[in-house]
Structures are given as structure tokens and as C-alpha cells.
Design a protein around this ligand. Structure first.
Ligand code: MTE
Length: 432
């Protein structure tokens, strides 16, 4: 059901307990929200009247609500309608536009998820500041040239929004959820090149007592439509992940990062929900006490009937999905042999099998896989289909990965519509 592991939950309980005893910091998170999380975790039994916890700087309610702008207005690159669907500050890749692209998604096709607008940053004067009590010798700054002089690493990985496919909670499961109504196109895969975050942290003088890092973007502060100011986009990450496989990426598909994807440097946290891959990196706090931000308290946890009353542990890994490279409601002629193509992907293991149903789930056939599956990368697949009966039809695809997981028929709902992984029922029309 939930994909939050025992160890993630245990870590969350541990760090919440530390907040209570003054050993964790939560700037920008309302004190009430922290207490809510504590109550949920069973660390306090109810919202206490006088709690001897540090006062978190609550998100401030600014007077000015976010100005209304044309959809996609804050994005720099062209957003032709045949490649993108616009949702406010974001641009979703049309999944059918991936047909014919390879294992990496060209920048021209890559989705953009911006809380505000793409900032224009001067690389020559840009510096990354690493600071916090988790360093042994005080703050350090790195120029782009210094990062480029460290041993480079290239990694192929997808960035996928935690809310990818959120809209299907509503259309397939009749469950209203909050947030951008993404179809399946809030994902893209690229070759990322950069320095290892672990190399940079060690050069900055990482203390053995450090437990969390908090990367923060240089884009504008995030102010909701009702005027709540959450500050700059930032989300803490345990030091274990930071030292594992995280990159400070300065290239995407062999060229400098484009403005919309984090120029000059972004974090790349393979397999984790897209919010972990902070763009336009400005600073990273390294802390000996656990850190909180609205992006691991209010957002990016699972809330709802199936979860502890105050939410799951913060989301980490993405999930398992598959989709057809076909427009929704595509029209296909009857008595013609069509080659249906699609993609499957998993953050946990290699995709090992994709099955397809062309009769609404009554019978299944195995699709041909065109790539050797790899965790965190696409597996392309195809299957022939000669429809006989004109009229509406539903195409289904169902992926299995090397951990033995298969996409379920439904996803257990959560109020913010994260981690949809159910089999999609793709509507098409067969024409006589
Ligand atoms: N980093 C900053 N600074 N600001 C943002 O708005 N959005 C996050 C993440 N990093 C975001 C950010 C989210 S929610 C996602 S899914 C990915 O960036 C999207 O990356 P992309 O726009 O390069 O596709």
C-alpha cells in the first residue's frame, strides 16, 4: 500500500522527537504543523497547550497574493502546443511526443515544474555557499569553475514529479485531490554531468556529526494564491542520501543546463521525487540537527484515510509506472495493424515485464521490451494490435519491476495526489 519503508518512518519519528527536545530546526514551518506531525507519530498524544518545543518561524502570510500570469509565462524555452500542456507555472510533456525520442529526453521536450518563474543567473558571479554547524571549519563557497574541476560523473536518470499522473485519481478513481492535474508527462530522463555532492561536502569539511543537508534554490520565494509565503524552495535530505548518489549537475544531455532546468547548477537526486532535485542551487545548509521545511512537512507526505492522521514520512523514492505514447482519445482505424508503443519506468528496480490489454483488462499479452531495464531509466516497449470492432476502447499497460512489484489496479488515495502508480485505462476510439 504505502511505499514508505520502516526505516524512513523510524527516521522521521526520531527527528520529530528531536524537534520536540529542541534538537531540530524548522524555519518556515508553522509550529502547529510540527505539533500535528508529532501527534500523528504518537510522540505527543494531542496538541498540547504549552509545549516546551522551539517556536518554529511560521510561514508568513504576506498581504500580496501571487499575481495571475498567463500559463507557462515564467518559462524561458519555447513551449509549442504539440509538445507541451501548460498548467500555471508548469509545462507538461505530451507523452505521445516522446515517441521517437531515445533513452534521454531532449531539452525541447523536457517538462518544467516551477514553483515561481525561471530566474536568469549570471554564471560568472554565481557561487554555491555551503554552510552550517555540520561543517568542521565554517562556510565555504564554490565557483562553477571549482565544481567543474572536481572529478566529473555522468549519470542517466529521470526527474519525475511526485504528482505525476495525479489527474488519474480524479478521472479513474473519482477521488478529488489537490495540486497540478498532471497526466503522465511530468517526467523526463537525461544524461546529467556534474560533481558528486559527497566530494563537495568533504572538501567543505563535513563533520561526522552532520545528519541533514538542506539545498535551497535562488528562484523567488514561493507565495501561494492565498498569500502564504513559504520562502525559497528548499527541502532537507538525510546525509546518507547526500553522500550516496547525488550530483551537483551543471550539464544536461551534453550541454550546460538550460535556464529552465536549473542553470548554472542543480541537484540531481536519482530515483527520488523531483522536488529533491533542487534547481538554481544557491546554498546548502549542512546540519548536525534534523531540518524541516514546508517541503517535507506540509507537502510531499501522504495524507488521507489510509495514512496516519498526520501523514506518512516525507516522500523519498518515486514509484512504478507505464504509459502508451498515444494521445488520449486517439483515433485508430479498424482492421489495420497498429504498432502500439510506450514506456515503463521504476525507481526501485529494472522493468522486467510489460503486459498490455486491448480489451479493457479482460485479457493480457506481453509487450516486447526494447531496452534492458535499468532502475531510474526508461524501458521502451511495443506491441502490435489490429482492432476489429469500431467504437470506444480502453488500452491498458501493466509493468513489473525486478523487485517483483507490479502496477496495481488502483492507487490508495492521498489528499495531495502523490505517487499514482495504478494501471492507466487509456481511452481510444476505433474508427470503421
Ligand atoms: N527547484 C527550485 N529551486 N524551484 C522549483 O520550483 N521544482 C522541483 C524541482 N526543483 C523546483 C526545484 C520540482 S517539484 C520538480 S518535479 C523538479 O524540480 C522539476 O525539474 P524540471 O523543471 O527540470 O523538470
Amino acid at each position: 500500500m504505502t511505499r514508505i519503508t520502516e526505516s524512513e518512518s523510524a527516521y522521521d519519528r526520531h527527528r520529530l522527537g528531536q524537534w520536540l527536545t529542541g534538537e531540530a530546526r524548522a524555519e518556515g514551518v508553522g509550529r502547529r504543523d510540527m505539533v500535528r506531525l508529532l501527534a500523528a507519530a504518537g510522540i505527543v498524544s494531542a496538541v498540547p497547550v504549552a509545549l516546551s518545543a522551539p517556536t518554529a518561524g511560521a510561514a508568513s502570510a504576506g498581504s500580496a497574493a501571487r499575481p495571475v500570469r498567463a500559463a507557462g509565462a515564467g518559462i524561458v524555452k519555447p513551449l509549442p502546443p504539440e509538445l507541451f500542456t501548460l498548467h500555471g507555472t508548469n509545462a507538461e510533456t505530451r507523452f505521445e511526443a516522446l515517441a521517437g525520442t531515445g533513452l534521454t529526453t531532449p531539452v525541447s521536450h523536457f517538462f518544467v515544474r516551477n514553483h515561481t518563474t525561471t530566474p536568469r543567473i549570471d554564471a560568472a558571479s554565481w557561487k554555491l555557499r555551503i554552510w552550517g554547524d555540520g561543517l568542521t571549519g565554517g562556510a565555504r563557497q564554490f565557483t562553477l569553475a571549482e565544481l567543474r574541476s572536481l572529478p566529473p560523473v555522468t549519470r542517466t536518470a529521470f526527474v519525475e514529479c511526485a504528482g505525476n499522473a495525479r489527474n488519474y485519481f480524479k478521472t479513474q478513481q473519482n477521488q478529488p485531490v489537490a495540486g497540478t492535474p498532471w497526466g503522465t508527462g511530468a517526467i523526463g530522463a537525461a544524461h546529467w554531468r556534474g560533481a558528486r555532492l559527497s566530494d563537495v561536502l568533504r572538501r567543505a569539511g563535513l563533520s561526522t556529526r552532520a545528519v541533514d543537508v538542506m539545498p535551497r534554490g535562488l528562484d523567488d520565494e514561493y507565495v501561494t494564491s492565498n498569500g502564504t509565503n513559504y520562502g525559497r524552495v528548499r527541502r532537507p535530505m538525510p546525509i546518507s542520501k547526500a553522500l550516496d548518489d547525488v550530483l551537483l549537475a551543471y550539464e544536461m544531455n551534453g550541454a550546460p543546463l538550460p535556464p529552465d532546468h536549473g542553470f548554472p547548477v542543480r541537484l540531481l537526486a536519482p530515483s527520488w521525487v523531483g522536488i529533491s532535485s533542487i534547481k538554481w542551487l544557491g546554498d546548502i545548509e549542512v546540519s548536525t540537527v534534523p531540518l524541516y521545511s514546508p517541503w517535507n512537512t506540509d507537502f510531499y507526505r501522504l495524507y488521507g484515510d489510509a495514512y496516519p492522521s498526520e501523514g506518512s514520512a516525507p516522500l523519498t523514492r518515486q514509484t512504478l509506472k507505464s504509459a502508451f505514447e498515444l494521445p488520449w482519445n486517439a483515433r485508430l482505424s479498424a482492421h489495420t495493424r497498429h504498432r502500439l508503443t510506450g514506456r515503463a519506468w521504476s525507481a526501485d528496480g529494472a522493468v522486467t515485464r510489460v503486459e498490455v490489454s486491448t480489451d479493457g483488462g479482460a485479457s493480457w499479452r506481453r509487450a516486447r521490451l526494447h531496452d534492458t531495464g535499468r532502475r531510474g531509466s526508461w524501458t521502451r516497449w511495443s506491441i502490435p494490435w489490429t482492432p476489429r470492432k469500431p467504437g470506444p476502447a480502453e488500452l491498458l499497460s501493466r509493468a513489473t519491476d525486478s523487485t517483483g512489484r507490479t502496477q496495481p489496479e488502483t492507487t490508495v488515495p492521498n489528499t495531495q495526489g502523490y505517487l499514482f502508480d495504478a494501471v492507466l485505462r487509456h481511452a481510444v476510439t476505433v474508427e470503421a
